[in-house]
Design a protein around this ligand. Sequence first.
Ligand code: ZN
Ligand code: ZN
Length: 404
Amino acid sequence: MPSALLADATALTDKIVALRRAIHAEPEIGLHTPRTRDKIRAALAHLPLDWREGPSTTGLVATLKGGAGPGRSILLRGDMDALPMPEETGLPFASQVPGTMHACGHDAHVAMLAGAVEILCRQRESLAGEVRFMFQPGEEGYHGARFMLDDGLLGGVGTGIALPDAAFALHVMPNAPHGLIGGRAGPLLAAADQLQVTVTGRGGHASMPHQTLDPVPIACEIVLALQTMVARRFSVFDPVVVTIAKIEAGTAHNVIADTATLTGTMRTLSAANRARLKDEVPVLAAGIAGAHGLTAEVTIHEGFPVTVCDAGAVDFGESVAREMFGGTAFLRLADPIMGAEDFAYVLEKMPGAMFFLGVSHEGDDWQHCCGIHSTKMMVDESVMPQGAAYLAGLATRFLERGWS
Ligand SMILES: [Zn+2]
Ligand SMILES: [Zn+2]
């Protein structure tokens, strides 16, 4: 009964909002977010859940076993961590930790997931199978989801517990219409790898370049060659973004440097292109440097893989959203977003999807709202009960009917 789920969630509004505000005021970064963990445990301590923790992170998996016997299993995930940036929202519950802000809405994700836990616990007797609630730190570049998978917290080989049959996550979007749920089949978010190229030559006096091996023009050639490589050697139907965001070389106007360093990001929407870039960028950089008698060394720091949503899971999520919130509640996104998300690791292991939830204020010019990772990013808290109800609706329907 979807409308009943929304009514249940709405009745929990004060609790959901209070948890979000408490977490917002005391943000934590990285894989170890003990105060956030403690707030979650305290908020859900009265509920009939089995808890699993550690050892690599402060992540939690709470399992609700249905009272109507065994059946399917579904994972719902909320990430917990904040960002190293100041907050400028002016909210009364703004961050009390200088230089740290919940600017990606993970405070809202935790609160909505906790709301879903409470709603589903009330339905326990009628549920067959189990729901696993994944509270995950370290999303913002720390691979928290991978650590929790490697720790066996989600099940899988060697744990004695099967991986869940399905997995879902919601991500709030301030610059999307109030309450709109969006998603797409296939790649939703990109793989993001960090790239550093160090060009090494031989420095000297800027007036006598012929007595040096100047790394600056060579670094510039490499920047341009990377764009040519993207445009000429990768299919337009499987997009690639390579951005050199930072160039460093030299100390003074009359000194040729020994080295020049390029730093940037490589974004891909397929594992094949990701692997190709990893192979071919070092060859390109070394080739250009070598042609001029210099060397280039490439270091790639692997970020998250591509977030790929299962087509059936997106159909399922769309159907649940329309059933619960009406025919216009779900939007099929035409294009992926070249940002990255470590829920990708979960979706590599089991079918599922991530959906976006619009959290602009009703009637606001949402296209001009400050987006995630902005110091002024805001969440309309009145959308959070809908998010909690939607997560609960995904679970009840999946346990009842599977993907149909
Ligand atoms: Zn983020
Ligand atoms: Zn995020």
